[in-house]
Design a binder for this molecule. Sequence first.
Ligand code: SF4
Ligand code: SF4
Length: 306
Amino acid sequence: MIKQLVILSGKGGTGKTSLTAAFANLAKRNIPPIKAVLADADVDAANLELVTQPTLLEAHEFIGGEIAIINSNLCMSCGICEQVCRFDAIIPPNSNHPAYQVDTVACDGCAACVYQCPEEAISMVSQRAGSWYHSDSLYGDLFHADLIPAQENSGKLVTVVKQNGRLKALDTNAPLLIIDGPPGIGCPVISAIAGADLGVIVTEPTPAGAHDLERALQTIQHFHIPALVVVNKADLNPAMTDAIKTYCAEKQIEVLGEIPYDSSMSDAMKLGKDIIAYNPDLPASQALILIWNKIIKYLSLDGGLT
Ligand code: SF4
Ligand code: SF4
């Protein structure tokens, strides 16, 4: 049975991807090794590929939804579509363009204009919203994606990335799917945590970090996904780290560990490496190894690391 481990954070920039890449490396180094498939579900800012050195195997278009187009040969310029569109997506004739047209960014795809146009001049067309990819990476199969700016449906794209990761894990008998989740609490996060066996929430010891942790925990608990917490850069604000630990204790949420601040984390990123590959003996790496051992125990996977 495949175990799904999703790494989350209340906001971007907490070190979520660095930790995901480190866990992918630790799965490979585990004794015995744990075959893992990786899914970068942070499709709005995918960067797991920056530290896993992927070789592209497949690329696929992602069709996010439909938008309206107007056939100017049929349009009689009655203006009804402009009146019914609640998204201000119909552009009336102007000096640059003599016919009614659709603002493809503003169009929500509701199709109200299609039903109301007396000339049947409007139709809906599929729109490419991004791409998703399958790559071979340092730590196994990686599924990742990118979304065209201003395109929506990132929750749907997250589901596509995750589903393909899960299918690959099934095909290759990989017992673990490691998901780099999107930040925040929105629709993409809900897609990323669906069906997860464990959510690890990465936070920082700041008032904003504590607030974001609270919101992330509420979201994950709402969907009955078990959650554990990691405090990154814990030594930068020991009082706030203690406050986060107290909060978690009150909520009966285990704090898996604290990672000390280490500028090597970003140095490693700049070199396209995770912190374990950069130097497994650093205090931050050692903290991650202890956290990893707890995670695989929680997921009932074999072995561990010393
Ligand atoms: S409702 Fe149809 S005919 Fe009227 S302006 Fe819009 S596209 Fe043209
Ligand atoms: S499909 Fe909906 S949002 Fe798009 S132009 Fe028509 S009415 Fe407006």
